[in-house]
Design a protein around this ligand. Sequence first.
Ligand code: FAD
Length: 555
Amino acid sequence: MAKPILLSVDDDSDVLRAIERDLRSQYGAEYRVIGSDSPEGALELLKQLKVRNDSVALLLADQRMPRMDGVEFLQQAMGIFPSAKRALLTAYADTNAAISAINQASINYFFLKPWDPPAEHLYPQLDDMLDDWQASYRPTFQGIRVLGTRWSPRSYELRDFLARNRVPYQWTDVELSANDPETKQLLEALGPEAANLPVVLFPDGTKLLEGVPADVAQKVGLRTRAQTDFYDLAIVGGGPAGLAAAVYGASEGLHTVMVEREAPGGQAGMSSRIENYLGFPTGLSGADLARRAVVQAQRFGVEILAQEVVGARTEGPYRIIKLADGNEISCHALMIATGVQWKRLEAPGVARLQGAGIYYGGGATEALSCKGENVYVVGGANSAGQAAMNFAKYAERVVILVRGESLSITMSQYLIDQIKETPNIQLWTHAGLAEAHGETHLEEISVLCSDTGKVERVPASAMFIFIGALPRTDWLAGLLERDERGFLLTGPDLMRGGERPKGWTPDRDPFLLETNVPGIFAVGDVRHGSIKRVASGVGEGSVAVQFIHQYLSKV
Ligand SMILES: Cc1cc2nc3c(=O)[nH]c(=O)nc-3n(C[C@H](O)[C@H](O)[C@H](O)COP(=O)(O)OP(=O)(O)OC[C@H]3O[C@@H](n4cnc5c(N)ncnc54)[C@H](O)[C@@H]3O)c2cc1C
């Protein structure tokens, strides 16, 4: 943990050196001693320390300095670090000025120069002041801090990215905390830069203005560049299917890279409680499952890159993927495990307010922000049910909007039972979203009731949409065969009338999870006909590795 700071300011370099030496010899073990030879420079430094979230215990300034005297410096410094103890260094002739400064400018003490011996004229008084300071000192947060506003889509995207990648951070909503003195001081220290939200402050003192996930990923050490440009196995997508393939592939000796554009865990990472995964009788959260899988994959030497894959092609026996930053990775075998993404809800106002009260899926980040509010969940499948159960822990009331007359066809019975037993969850059947209203963030929604034909307008603080999902495989069009909705065809689905797919050269049929391009496999939700469960994704990812071994034995 960073030591609190003792800052001394004196334009006379001999005096400055002497005071720094005496402070360091007595307090160096517990405090960091810093000196500055100008009050203006010291004020700039204090602003930087504020932005870094350092603590300042003592400000010690010479009274007689050109341009700005010690009292004025201490008064200005007090605006940045109000709880730091303040002391003046004065000559005998300035004693009266110092006494009136103590009275008028809340200065704690004044020392006469010279202060020899310090054991008599300096340390006892400083000990007293520092003891007093320590009594109310609370160590500051030393990790990443994010400043933004709750209704800003960019702030939401960034917080969601950090949470899903399990990067600890401290969040400050600058609007909600506008009257908090600590936030005010920090914003003042940042100056005009504070307008570029979200601002990300790192413990090393650096900052990102208008921070975006890709820049933060690099800064926090999430790897974005591959160590080499060739692998036995490259996996696109780090959901359950991709992670399973990575663990099995690497544990069986394949040099493996896994590329994930958001956060390992995929859709499962959004699940607040997976209750049907074998071996976890009381369920486990998707975030926990993802964390464990990532540790396991890394133990076997899997390289995990935080990047988006934007293209794929073949060159003879090589499979090549193109990353969003323009780099390419070649491999012998390629696995597509890109899952599915939420379908967009087409209604006026939804696109405009996305990230500002309207969200697809529902991250843990948002659940906490819904404390005491009215929350709407759109959709009737298990994902919507799990989300409703999770939000009900924080929100005043959760309303599930479904078009049908009940949940029984679309949701598992165990969830229907849990929802029935949760008093603050309400089911609104025959209900479809007609419009979302709000200037800067969601305030109300209009719901079309199909049984009465009426439109009801109700207040809503947040709305989470879970209306099914589709694969995003456009970047594979022209290379891989897809069904009419974009899911990838594999194995027997590629055989038409007993014929192998067009352009197929090997003297065998495509393996079970192999696409129409030999050596490119598809697993999990992105695959046509897949079961859309965590366990089935994990199963496919693991099984595919066996086919990869067979493929590699003939390459
Ligand atoms: C809220 C919720 C709750 C659920 N609850 C359960 C449950 O209780 N039990 C259960 O069995 N199933 C549950 N499911 C379903 C389950 O999570 C999915 O079936 C499973 O996650 C599919 O795994 P996957 O690896 O195929 O794909 P995904 O989990 O969708 O992962 C795909 C990954 O690929 C990444 N990706 C996509 N395109 C690219 C690209 N171009 N470049 C790089 N990366 C890319 C994505 O960011 C994503 O991380 C739930 C789903 C949701 C959304």
